[in-house]
Design a protein around this ligand. Sequence first.
Ligand code: HEC
Length: 148
Amino acid sequence: MKRMLVVAGALLLSVGAVVAQQDQVKRTQAMMKDNGKNAGALSAMVKGDKPYDQSTVNAALAQFEDTAKNLPTLFPQSMKGLKMEGDYDPSPKIWEDKTGFESQIQNFAKVVADAKSKVKNLDTLKAELPVIGKQCSSCHETYRIKKG
Ligand code: HEC
């Protein structure tokens, strides 16, 4: 009986861990989706589809900054090998080349901080958005896998 309880307890614990992992995956994906939305809003202004709006710019840059701060914890070791819903999975390189991944995060944080101090109008947005976009793609190229 005692043994049964121990087994049941261990099972419950591992269920708890799986739930925590799924929450983590959701949090990570939600953050990346917000990045995508905000990058889209900025690019609409650059293309002239939307008028320049400083508060949208500020909100987008604040969210990128938040992402940069959170990125070091968005992919804990326990997430390695997990499949995500949607079109992308994190690459195992995130955990195999931690130094490389961390330098991607730092570069991203740097261009976002830079953009925050520089973007004041459409011209500066036009200059800075590609710099940020390059950093998004640079990380995705190595550390994100498009599902086939
Ligand atoms: C340091 C690495 C890194 C940086 C910087 C980064 N991303 Fe990502 N991104 C990832 C990884 C890894 C995934 C795959 C896991 C996932 O989908 O959450 C991803 C997934 C995504 C997705 C797909 C989300 C989904 O599941 O539908 C979008 C959209 C996205 N990123 C947008 C952006 C944008 C826009 C930026 C820049 C403003 C950015 N990312 C910066 C690593 C990064």
